[in-house]
Design a protein around this ligand. Sequence first.
Ligand code: IVH
Length: 682
Amino acid sequence: MPHGKLGSDTASADPADRIRELRDLIRHHDLRYYVLDSPEISDTEYDKLFRQLEEIEASHPDLVTPDSPTQRVGGKPLDKFGQITHAIPMLSLSNVFDEHELREFDERVRKGLPDIDLVSYTVEPKIDGVAVGLVYENGLLGSASTRGDGYTGEDVSLNIRTIKAIPLRLEQEGLLGSVSLLDVRGEIYMTRADFDELNRFRDEEGLASFANPRNAAAGSLRQLDPRETARRPLKFFAHGLGRVEGASADTHWEVLQALRALGLPVALDQCARCRGIEEVLSHYALLHQRRESLPYEIDGAVVKVDSLAAQVRLGVKTRSPRWAAAFKFEPLQARTRILHIEVGVGRTGTLTPVAVMEPVAVGGVTVSRATLHNQDEIDRKDIRERDTVVIQRAGDVIPEVVRVIEELRPADSRPYLLPDMCPVCGSHAVRPEGQAARRCVNASCPARLKETIRHFASRGAMDIEGLGTKLVEQMVDKDLVDNPADLYTLDLDTLARLERMAKKSASNLIEALEQSKRPPVDRFLFSLGIPLVGEHVAGLLMGAFHDIQTLAGRTFDDLVKIHGVGPEVAQSVVDFFGEPRNMDMVRRLLAAGVSPIPLERSAPPAESPMSGKTVVFTGTISMSRADAKKLVESAGGKVTGSVSRSTDYVVAGEDPGSKFDKARQLGVTVLSEDEFRVLVGI
Ligand code: IVH
């Protein structure tokens, strides 16, 4: 194999010889760059060789062959892709999600191979890309297709040819000898850096950006015009074989080495041959640890039985082989960049910082916003605008920033501070001593009002159909509503004059407002937007007091007696109803015809084994004394501090004191915490 720079003194004079030399050189440098990851010449030098080849071929068109590096981009744009049937189906992998499931996979494998003492596996990174099959005939790239349904895929041959990491001609010195037919299976992907650059470029051009490298790779591969695919920075890793003629191997590990020797890129640096499942687990841990620092995205490890004979013995299920498994990483983290930090103002005036990010897929959902909670949280993680961050999504909640990747922080970045003015009304935003939240001091800040009304109308609250965010914004901006009670004073003409409203939608809204007037009382309480009173607490409160007026008249001490109501909630309720404007709003709502339906009372605790009983606690139990007291009381009993003959139960926790001894002396029933829980029904 020739290599190094080609001085004019070593160049052949004969055009056919010179063409062959140049092609060999270019192929050699492609291999160094794309497969071995160690280029020997600069891009400029490479381009020079390429141009020389183009020039000579241009003056000798008869010498042009399809495997020449100049022949990657060709053909006309297609109307649609043709179909290719895979000679051997392109299977999928069954997933395991934790160590336990992986061990179960290993057990199934060992059961299928009872004569093998220690099963060897290859462990590879699971490349987050697009699966393709490349067919080489007598060493030349023929067709290429996507996986499709596993049996038939799309013919993307022209596009695949444009990917420089994929050789048009195999290095025949490969370990497999001279292969007459080779169906290579692998993954088309895009590096994170190339993805970022592509998106930056698309942004400048006013084109929609891709959500993640995988989507970018898939979209780029499925271009009908190969010239477009040629412009996209696609890469390839081979990870297996379909049909093969003229070669054989004993192990998958050997196959991977052979693929590399044939000139195909293989992620060998990240692969390991493991003896037994313990070694598999440690390589998985290593890949997991390296995940963030790899230049491309991986979403797990692929574990394959190494012996090809053993693979055949284990066989395949319908869609996936029994000899392989994908051990997926928890899919809920992703890396992206914070574009800027936006500050919203909530119902209670709290300034809430939200990171607006480059869109990224996290566990199958594209996200572009993450909550930053408050200044303390920002300080703790040192989150700044333009930082590259790892974000995480748990369930359906808005994602959070897990951490900042500090090495990627711009040099001129500054710590982020929440503004001391409300971004909506310009009033002071203050952070009281000892509190995490910074709040707008203006009680009638339009942002707060909008949130209050939006919450009032929302589904779990008054459920006013058709009263969406845009409409609420208009109503507040046009001074039509000053608090939720004003909604019920709006008339048809006023509503019909709002943007995007017509007579019909206005009358629908009036109808929805009418319909909303009979809410269950706990939903009505929830709709008032009292800080800390969510749906659950609203249910507890209204379970204890039938109507809002009764609740409004209760003291702090009355409220904390309710099981599940802590001092902060109690104080918040007392504060809310202590504010004349809030009471006025409640009165106006009721006057407008809102008539909440009382909750059905739960059965009186007469049947409870606690009713009428006197209980004394001693020692440590797993709940606070206040909660325990509430439990007894809501079950109809009472709690006292000392043990006497009239005490019914002594509940003894850990390290009980003298009350325990006294109970024994007097023959009072002593309960463990568990027994107590049974008696109060929790
Ligand atoms: S082997 C019969 N190895 O994951 C085994 N697949 O969920 C076929 N993938 O469709 C696949 N990296 O596109 C294998 N190192 C790797 C892989 C890999 C990514 C993809 C592949 C497959 C999908 C299965």
